[in-house]
Design a protein around this ligand. Structure first.
Ligand SMILES: [Zn+2]
Length: 174
């Protein structure tokens, strides 16, 4: 029984990571983390800044959950691809729980929660540009969105490059 459970957990975990690391969501997570860091502690965005942070435990402890929250949040909604029977772009792509989570994180000063939910909302926003859309009114209801981008198409590559350029601009701005 325990072996079977461990096998199932390992399979879900590996599928989750294999399918989740899509280029656009990965880049958007890094970009969000960079923007939040630029706003909260812009000294970090330089080689000297990174060296300074790595030497300072307090800054490390403050920034790590923030950056990790943005990054994992930007990838998290696609966890549904690894859960059999759930259906893609249903419950995990419904913005309502993340809006509540972000508001709670803000009110209760749980920055990791705030940034994790912000990452998830960014993921849903990006997905809303694809032809499939995302559910807005109810998790299993009709999907809606801007629907201008086909997954894997040239426009997706352009978006990835654009986000990369913005990341670079922010980096050299500070
Ligand atoms: Zn998605």
């Amino acid at each position: 029984m325990a072996g079977r459970l461990l096998g199932l957990a390992t399979s879900v975990f590996s599928r989750f990571f294999l399918k989740m690391t899509k280029t656009n969501h990965t880049i958007s997570g890094l970009l969000l983390a960079e923007i939040v860091i630029a706003i909260t502690c812009h000294d970090v965005l330089s080689i000297q800044g990174i060296a300074h942070v790595l030497q300072n435990k307090h800054i490390c402890h403050a920034l790590a959950p923030l950056a990790a929250g943005c990054f994992t949040g930007a990838l998290f909604p696609d966890v549904d691809l690894a859960i059999p029977g759930l259906g893609h772009r249903t419950l995990t792509h419904w913005p309502v729980p993340y809006l509540i989570g972000a508001a709670s994180g803000y009110v209760f000063h749980l920055s990791w929660m705030l940034y994790f939910c912000a990452g998830c909302l960014l993921h849903i926003f990006l997905d809303s540009f694809s032809l499939m859309g995302v559910p807005l009114r109810s998790p299993f209801g009709k999907r809606t969105g801007f629907r201008v981008m086909r997954v894997g198409a040239f426009s997706e590559t352009v978006t990835a490059v654009l986000m990369g350029v913005i990341m670079y601009r922010i980096w050299i701005l500070f």
